[in-house]
Write a protein that binds this ligand. Structure first.
Ligand code: FES
Length: 97
């Protein structure tokens, strides 16, 4: 997938150990999707893939780990320079962010 052209300056975030370009105001979910990442985590019991579903912070399917904080909703978390994002580790529970 190709990222939209924008005049907002880019910065780097780290996704699963690799540098990825991001722009101010983008959500973590937008950056992951633009990088071609569709599976954000897998369910604990059956290993089923999960990613963006509602996109508005309601379903909790998009959980990732951000700067060490597990269970962070990617769709409502705005990226920041140097942010460290990890997919595949977060698990949905009642204390999700
Ligand atoms: S996609 Fe539903 S909470 Fe993020």
């Amino acid at each position: 997938m190709q990222k939209m052209q924008t005049s907002v300056p880019a910065f780097i975030v780290h996704v699963d150990g690799r540098p990825v370009a991001a722009h101010a105001g983008e959500t973590v979910a937008a950056v992951l999707l633009a990088a071609g990442i569709r599976i954000f985590r897998r369910t604990a019991q059956r290993g089923e893939p999960r990613g963006v579903f509602c996109g508005i912070g309601v379903c909790y399917e998009c959980l990732v780990t951000v700067d060490g904080a597990a269970n962070t909703r990617a769709c409502v978390t705005v990226v920041a320079p140097g942010m460290v994002i990890e997919t595949g580790q977060a698990e949905r529970h009642n204390h999700a962010r």
